[in-house]
Write a protein that binds this ligand. Sequence first.
Ligand SMILES: Nc1ncnc2c1ncn2[C@@H]1O[C@H](COP(=O)(O)OP(=O)(O)O)[C@@H](O)[C@H]1O
Ligand SMILES: [Mg+2]
Length: 243
Amino acid sequence: MTVLRTVNLVKIYQNKHVPVPAVRGVDLLVDEGEFVAVMGPSGSGKSTLLHMLGGLDIRTSGEIWLDGQRADTLSESAWALLRRKKIGFVFQFFNLVASMTVADNVELPALLAGVSSKEARARREYLLDALSLTERADAAPAQLSGGEQQRVALARALANKPALLLADEPTGNLDSRNTRDVLRLLSEVHRDGQTIVLVTHDARVASLADRVVSLLDGQIVDDGRIARRRPGRGGAGEVIDLR
Ligand SMILES: Nc1ncnc2c1ncn2[C@@H]1O[C@H](COP(=O)(O)OP(=O)(O)O)[C@@H](O)[C@H]1O
Ligand SMILES: [Mg+2]
């Protein structure tokens, strides 16, 4: 079952009438339950690609299919509805609702999707606990550090058990302990079947993925499945090969 498919996806920004090609013909297939890491140098089009996949930026040409549904031709309001039902998004700049507590920020997507308040609360408690944020539940976003806001954004994105988690450098502002919490949670939800497309510069994050897609100048230049061999007895740890 394919959760995400793009066909020759292109984004050209106009910068004072000068065309800036940011994404130049991306064909990407992501199966249900797959964890895909997107890597590439700064300016290679990673955020632009992710924003288009989440309907936050309009494609110039090409197709986007989400869960079997053509998405790139949707109106803005139809996209908003689709996003609410199917997508969890961790932005580079978090986008938390400033007037709501951490707990309410995390519960909101589940409540909007029609989950019972009891279920939404249970999911929120699980996520905040996994990210060492339980004590910050009643705080306002402005009272949090950048790293805390980033983790709240991840909790919010997962609140809904979305068909697709899109995350733009979700460990970009974190110290090593908090990175570890995030990695553990991503592994856990991935093991439970969560489909993930995640932009990262961090090799530790990428090493959790099933596949690493490398972007350069808006094009996929490498798409490598990571083969994992279980370590034998006395083995030094997990061996990761790029095929
Ligand atoms: N809103 C925008 N207007 C004009 N150019 C943009 C805009 N957003 C991104 N770009 C350009 O598109 C290219 C890809 O940017 P981006 O997707 O942010 O790359 P990455 O996330 O890989 O660093 C860059 O050349 C960037 O300057
Ligand atoms: Mg970026």
